[in-house]
Write a protein that binds this ligand. Structure first.
Ligand SMILES: Cc1ncc(C[n+]2csc(CCOP(=O)(O)OP(=O)(O)O)c2C)c(N)n1
Ligand SMILES: [Mg+2]
Length: 243
């Protein structure tokens, strides 16, 4: 939250913001402003795992919009060719900013794009948490044990616009309401209640705990100092151009 607020206490001391969230501690190697840009970088991590001979796996997570970008195809090609231990996870929420998938992609079932690279492709209901976990476990094991990458398409939805600048006028309110009835978090709660693993009170308690955690993070961010202007050039690698 502090990084989003541009504060010195953020994961990148406020220099990254929402577009360049990065945390080495959490092994989160970044969100990037250029759509599709993270995929080749993730392949680099996959290559490093093979080179160093560890048993780690890279999860590369991106939106449907990224799958029409050249870097997506180059990354899948190289991942398959070099047996990189990766799972490419596409969060298909049916829109890339305001553009519906069928207006931007010749192939609307994203998982099928895997077949161009002779790679495992799977599609899962992204609103079903346990189904996502099941298939993810399987694909992570495949990446770890066989060094075979895969593409997983999670079909889901976003209830709000892409960002503050998205007026969200490209779809009907009914469509949004319809998807909200299948909300992933609420559905999991219902499922756990049916299985007698959670009660309404326990769900409410978890809800309150999470809300408090988020409020704490916001408070921490608000109360954190701004970066000191004297550090403006601290993490800049390039010097002034010669001449
Ligand atoms: C190469 C590139 N082209 C265009 C943009 C502008 N842009 C930012 S997000 C976005 C849509 C990406 O779609 P998706 O990944 O599905 O994101 P969602 O809208 O679902 O959050 C676009 C076109 C960009 N950042 N980079
Ligand atoms: Mg999208």
């Amino acid at each position: 939250m502090a990084e989003l607020f541009g504060k010195e206490t953020g994961t990148s001391h406020g220099r990254g913001g929402s577009m360049h969230l990065f945390s080495q501690e959490h092994r989160f190697y970044g969100g990037y402003a250029i759509v599709g840009q993270a995929l080749p970088i993730a392949c680099g991590s996959g290559y490093a795992i093979n080179y160093q001979g560890t048993d780690e796996v890279v999860m590369s997570i991106f939106g449907d919009g990224a799958t029409n970008i050249g870097a997506f195809h180059e990354s899948l090609n190289v991942a398959k060719l070099w047996h990189l231990p990766m799972v490419f996870v596409c969060v298909n929420n049916l829109y890339g900013m305001g553009t519906a998938v069928n207006r931007a992609s010749a192939v609307t079932e994203i998982w099928k794009k895997a077949c161009a690279y002779d790679m495992t492709g799977e599609r899962v209901d992204g609103m079903d948490v346990l189904a996502v976990r099941r298939i993810t476990d399987q694909l992570v094991a495949q990446a770890r044990e066989k060094h075979e990458p895969s593409l997983l398409e999670c079909v889901t939805y976003r209830y709000r616009g892409h960002s503050m600048s998205d007026p969200d006028t490209y779809r009907g309110k009914d469509e949004i309401k319809e998807w909200q009835t299948r909300d992933a978090i609420l559905s999991l709660g219902e499922h756990l209640k049916k299985q007698k693993m959670l009660t309404d009170q326990e769900i409410q308690r978890i809800d309150e705990e999470v809300t408090a955690q988020v409020e704490d993070a916001v408070k921490f961010a608000e109360e954190s100092p701004d970066p000191d202007p004297k550090d403006l050039y601290r993490d800049v690698y390039a010097g002034e151009a010669a001449g």
